[in-house]
Design a protein around this ligand. Structure first.
Ligand SMILES: Cc1cc2nc3c(=O)[nH]c(=O)nc-3n(C[C@H](O)[C@H](O)[C@H](O)COP(=O)(O)OP(=O)(O)OC[C@H]3O[C@@H](n4cnc5c(N)ncnc54)[C@H](O)[C@@H]3O)c2cc1C
Length: 452
């Protein structure tokens, strides 16, 4: 899995092996480490979320949500779909989006449905811990609130899964789609985990970034990385559109540096900078195996509302009921919407995971076992040249950002990365967008290109 570029670094395999461990690789992603990582066992193949031998999201969801009244090809099985935000308390203000993830987690704690929630929090001492963020178990609302916000940073679950297996109780886990899949694969195999993890709270996911994105922020904000104490990928500002991301670093002397993403050499999420290679083979945007899934409402008027707005997919009757009751009490400002609305909020993600995945599956790198087991069939013929170049461009940006940022960090010369990143992004944008001078030039060169 590691050699083929399909390891996302979730830590499921390490948690299940007596001598299992995870370690950073040179590109700033987690990988299995030590003797166990060299084993080839059928059991590992069945539990790894990207393994062609593992059950796919459709099969898992059919087993997990057999009575779900609704299903679409893009959202999977579900009870209901919503748009809005938390109305009560400070959840919306402290969350990245509408605060719904932290609220649902807190509600599960408050109602006694779980004893603890595994989610991702900032490290107390990044230098000592060797990471800026990690999974932690929170047992009350205040701890949950302190861990709110999206961390576009690699995390792994091995220590938490071990702790859950060792400590009786009921737990919820907040997880991106591939982590949710791994948890469900583990739950199916392990009765202890099945009993102790009754709820998985899913996050929609565009892709996962490597830890090098923090290095890049530090380089561009003229700050030695060793002095960075805290990272906020998208600081909230109610006065600006929610999709105008602003990166924020807190330094060891308490001072801060911040910059809007669009001024950064790699500040275009969709261009694929530092993307984990496994994400190129993912076909789940909306955590189809999670009991409830949350994303940002990336359509107007919500995208322009800097206070943040969620879309939510409830997949179990329990979560659906919990949301309906809280809406009736005025604690949540959510409105029920149809599946098409939620799908539209993730149009770019679905394009990349359906049209883009179909195309990537025709590449030599990905042909073979994995291609046969995806829920998307390989296809390239009908795809216009411009779209092909966009997908090729993203893959090249992902691959070269890893290599050049590693070289820049190793040599202490950030320019090696930054001098490549800026023109790479400009070229990508010219391909992906049909406006601007470069875009017009590309249009003349590729007249069959569809306009966005
Ligand atoms: C890597 C990544 C990619 C994403 N891509 C998309 C996307 O393409 N489209 C979209 O609409 N939304 C995406 N999201 C989700 C979005 O950023 C928000 O997390 C979501 O809308 C919930 O916001 P909230 O205000 O309800 O959550 P909050 O109340 O802010 O709570 C967020 C919760 O998630 C936990 N958390 C943060 N980072 C991680 C992580 N890496 N892994 C597991 N748990 C974590 C936090 O600890 C906290 O408990 C992504 C999130 C991540 C982490």
């Amino acid at each position: 899995m590691v050699g083929s570029g399909l390891c996302i670094g979730c830590g499921g395999c390490a948690a299940a092996a007596a001598d299992g461990a995870m370690a950073w690789d040179r590109y700033g992603t987690w990988k299995p480490a030590g003797a166990f990582a060299a084993e080839r066992s059928a059991a590992f193949a069945l539990r790894c979320p990207f393994s062609p031998a593992a059950r796919d999201e459709d099969a898992i969801a059919a087993e997990r949500f057999p009575a779900a009244p609704r299903a679409t090809a893009l959202l999977g099985r579900h009870e209901s779909t919503w748009v809005g935000h938390v109305a009560e308390g400070a959840w919306r203000g402290t969350g990245s989006s509408g605060g719904m993830v932290s609220w649902v987690a807190a509600e599960l704690l408050r109602t006694g449905a779980v004893d603890a929630v595994a989610h991702v929090v900032a490290s107390d001492s990044p230098r000592d811990e060797g990471r800026f963020f990690a999974y932690r178990l929170s047992r009350d609302a205040a701890a949950l609130r302190s861990g709110a916000k999206s961390r576009y940073y690699p995390v792994e679950l091995s220590a938490i899964l071990r702790e859950i297996r060792a400590t009786p109780g009921r737990y919820a886990i907040v997880a991106v789609p591939c982590f949710a899949k791994m948890i469900q694969l583990e739950r199916a195999r392990d009765p202890v985990l099945r009993a102790r993890v009754p709820h998985v709270l899913g996050l929609f996911c565009g892709h996962q970034k490597s830890a090098r994105l923090v290095d890049s922020f530090a380089w561009q904000l003229d700050t030695p990385r060793d002095r960075v104490r805290a990272v906020d990928y998208r600081i909230k500002d109610a006065g600006r559109p929610a999709n105008w991301y602003r990166a924020h670093l807190t330094l060891d002397d308490g001072s801060a540096r911040a910059e809007d993403w669009w001024h950064l050499a790699d500040g275009d999420w969709g261009a694929g900078f530092f993307q984990n290679s496994a994400c190129d083979m993912c076909d789940d945007v909306v955590a189809e195996t999670a009991d409830v899934a949350f994303g940002d409402a990336w359509v107007e008027p919500y995208a322009s509302d800097g206070r943040g707005t969620n879309v939510v997919i409830a997949r179990t009757p329990l979560i659906d009921g919990l949301i309906r009751a809280a809406v009736a009490e005025g604690r949540l400002a959510l409105e029920e919407v149809d599946a098409g609305f939620v799908e539209a909020t993730q149009a770019a993600g679905f394009r990349h995971r359906r049209e883009g995945l179909a195309y990537r599956l025709t590449w030599r790198r990905w042909r073979g076992g994995v291609a046969k087991r995806k829920r998307v069939a390989p296809a390239a013929r009908a795809l216009p040249l411009r779209r092909r170049l966009v997908y090729r461009g993203r893959a090249a940006i992902a691959r070269w950002s890893h290599r050049l940022a590693w070289l820049a960090a190793r040599t202490g010369r950030p320019g090696l990365y930054l001098r490549w990143a800026r023109p790479a992004l400009a070229l990508y944008r010219a391909l992906a967008w049909s406006h601007g001078r470069l875009g017009g030039w590309v249009d003349r060169l590729l007249p069959d290109a569809p306009r966005r």
